[in-house]
Design a protein around this ligand. Structure first.
Ligand SMILES: [Fe+2]
Length: 390
């Protein structure tokens, strides 16, 4: 009954343009959506090398835009790079920011958009409610099917001194326009397709199972789970346009879902690990997904049985608890099939750090929305269990 009368807000301030070849319409779509002609492009060196940046810059220049490319974004985006980007964007006089890349690039672009109109260090805007006025408009072109950041209102940034990740959340950070072109992912290597795809799957599962889920976020989360689980292996191993397109759709839907619900304990642990060791975000999520799912399913078997059904697993005749157990083993199997390393295989993890990692996970703003109440001791046990699982 409680669920029937809950209150929620649904607001999607991002115009979504989806389709193969959409990137070729960037200049005209931007002219319809954001003001000004000075475009600050945020990207990373790998995308420049892959040849994705130059055609967009050419297209914009031919349409009369003045373009400055900032390619200093690193994985697990760093506060210092965002702050430098903010300085360069101000010097350039950016009217808008064009993010061309994966989650690190888009989150950095949001931070740079914030620092283009606000003083100080990016860490002082951590949390909610710290952004006092409009930020420079962001246009996002995702080049991975994973982050969902192109439709979310948050940026996850690494504090390079404390080795912690923090999240800046404000609806003004949401991109004004997302140009989502599955063709940008056609040449993505297998390992990146796998890790970013697992990130998207975790967004969808956590959005659906967390305490902040709403009837509206459930609609997006369910379809995202279905699309991603059924397409990820094919996207990694065969890279077919159909699988790539399904992954891109699933990733965007998962982004809409979790930005209207939340992520949960898997992300709390993954962000702690990524902050300390720079572990790729999707790999960290993938490592913790089975152990957290098992932990959560004990308290919420019916939700997790529903996830198993959405994944297309053969659950007919199984109890909810059996369905949830099948889900845990299939999530583990999916990670193995697409080549994600095990926790103990990363090679740089020191179990002596687990206590500190558990504490950081516990303090994450998404801990309270995990579907099962979770303590610091629970997190410690989950880090140990994930490390021992073979
Ligand atoms: Fe994520």
């Amino acid at each position: 009954m409680e669920k029937l009368f809950q209150q929620f807000t649904f607001s999607l301030p991002t115009r979504i343009e989806f389709g193969a070849g959409a990137i070729k319409r960037t200049a005209s779509l931007m002219s319809e959506t954001v003001k000004g002609t000075r475009t600050f492009v945020v990207t990373d060196p790998g995308l420049e090398k892959a040849g994705l940046v130059e055609p967009v810059v050419k297209q914009l220049s031919e349409a009369g835009y003045k373009v400055r490319v900032f390619d200093e974004v690193q994985p697990n985006p760093k506060d210092i790079d965002c702050e430098r980007g903010g300085v360069v964007a101000r010097e350039f006089g950016a009217d808008h920011i064009l993010a061309l890349g994966g989650g690190s690039v888009i989150d950095s672009a949001k931070a740079i958009a914030l620092l283009n109109t606000h003083e100080g260090a990016i860490a002082q805007y951590a949390g909610r409610g710290k952004v006092s006025r409009e930020v420079t408009p962001v246009v996002a072109i995702p080049t991975t099917a994973g982050t969902g950041s192109e439709v979310t209102r948050s940026a996850v940034i690494t504090d390079t001194v404390k080795k912690l990740k923090f999240t800046v959340k404000d609806i003004r950070l949401a991109p004004k326009l997302a140009i989502i072109d599955p063709e940008t992912t056609y040449s993505l290597p297998e390992s990146l397709t796998a890790s970013t795809g697992m990130d998207a799957l975790v967004h969808a599962i956590e959005a659906f199972t967390c305490k902040a889920a709403t009837p509206f976020s459930d609609v997006w989360a369910k379809e995202a789970i279905r699309l991603i689980f059924s397409s990820l292996r094919a996207a990694v191993h065969r890279g077919t346009p159909a699988a790539r397109t399904a992954m891109m759709l699933g990733s965007v839907m998962a982004g809409i879902a979790f930005s209207h619900a939340d992520v949960a304990a898997v992300h709390c642990m993954a962000e702690a690990l990524g902050g300390l060791y720079d572990t790729p975000h999707g790999v960290a999520n993938s490592i913790f997904l089975p152990v957290v799912t098992q932990f959560n399913a004990e308290a919420a078997p019916s939700k997790h049985a529903e996830v198993a059904r959405l994944c297309g697993l053969p659950v007919n005749g199984l109890s909810e608890a059996e369905s949830a157990r099948l889900l845990v083993s299939e999530l583990e199997q999916l990670a193995r099939d697409i080549g994600i390393p095990r926790f103990s295989e990363l090679g740089y993890v020191n179990p002596a750090d687990f206590q500190a990692l558990a504490q950081v996970s516990f303090e994450n703003g998404s801990t309270p929305t995990n579907c099962r109440d979770i303590t610091c001791e629970d997190y410690l046990a989950l880090f140990r269990k994930a490390y021992q699982s073979a």
